[in-house]
Ligand binder design. Sequence first.
Ligand code: SF4
Length: 332
Amino acid sequence: MSETLLQVEHLKKYYSLGKRWFGKSEQQVIKAVDDVSFSVLKGETFGLVGESGCGKSTAGRSILRLIEPTAGRVQFNGQDLTSLTPKELRLQRKDMQIVFQDPFSSLNPRHTVQRILEEPLIVHGVGNAKERRNLISRLIEVVGLSHSHLQRYPHQFSGGQRQRIGIARALSLQPKLIVADEPVSALDVSIQSQVINLLQDLQEEFGLTYIFIAHDLSVVKHICDRIAVMYLGRIVEISEKNRLYETPQHPYTKALFSAVPEPDPDIKTERIILQGEVPSPANAPVGCAFHTRCPMVMDICQTLRPELTETEPGHLTACHLFTGSDATGRAV
Ligand code: SF4
């Protein structure tokens, strides 16, 4: 049984928006991440999936404290990140890195690759100039680029190459955890698999743990060990990936996964088309947030929020169909 590297407990990220309505000012609260809990094991790839705007990227950034969470605890490697001072957090940051979706905007266009890769090393006081040069030479090779690339600028690279530079930068401090936030969605399909294979190779070589955030379920199926599905800022289901793809429980997961193309033409799958739009997180429905679109909705769903509950070993679902409540909300 692997050790837990990261434990996220009741994480929330709310944004307050002031607006004027018929001359009166009102405060609106957007619950981008609303009471999210999960754990990530050492060496695994944990997927966070859902449609755009479901809160998966905000959750990833709140975990790293790139944005300050509103509430909740994040235990990383035995330390509570949410209680660290900025200085203590900087030291921990060495072990937790992020790869961004857009490799172009995340690399400083005025800096050479050499400087981009050296910057985190200088900030964290790693080695002298010669040691840093050696480390950078190794890093650039590890991600499949060459020394001649080090004196070039980001605009001189293709999208796939830029993402390799972003990965090299994330690797430079030898982190334990990398949050990969949609790392291939800005790339051509032909390049995506190269970057995914690179991430897998690096995981094996350096014993990395990934939180892999994505909306492309085919990519997620390929790379992840376990997956959490998010809807309107909350996790609705968590399971080992094959079980989630073969026997999803939550009606939202079923609908989401029914849209994934089946490679075997002999297997007939039925696409579930959901009615209605995703509600605004500023005005999330009470009860189950999915009840306005759920084909299985019951009375209880409109008033009582279902808790994420273990329905089979390692499989958790937030749905009254599985949580053992009767139509009045009593436990049965
Ligand atoms: Fe549907 Fe109710 Fe389950 Fe929500 S709790 S997913 S509305 S059946």
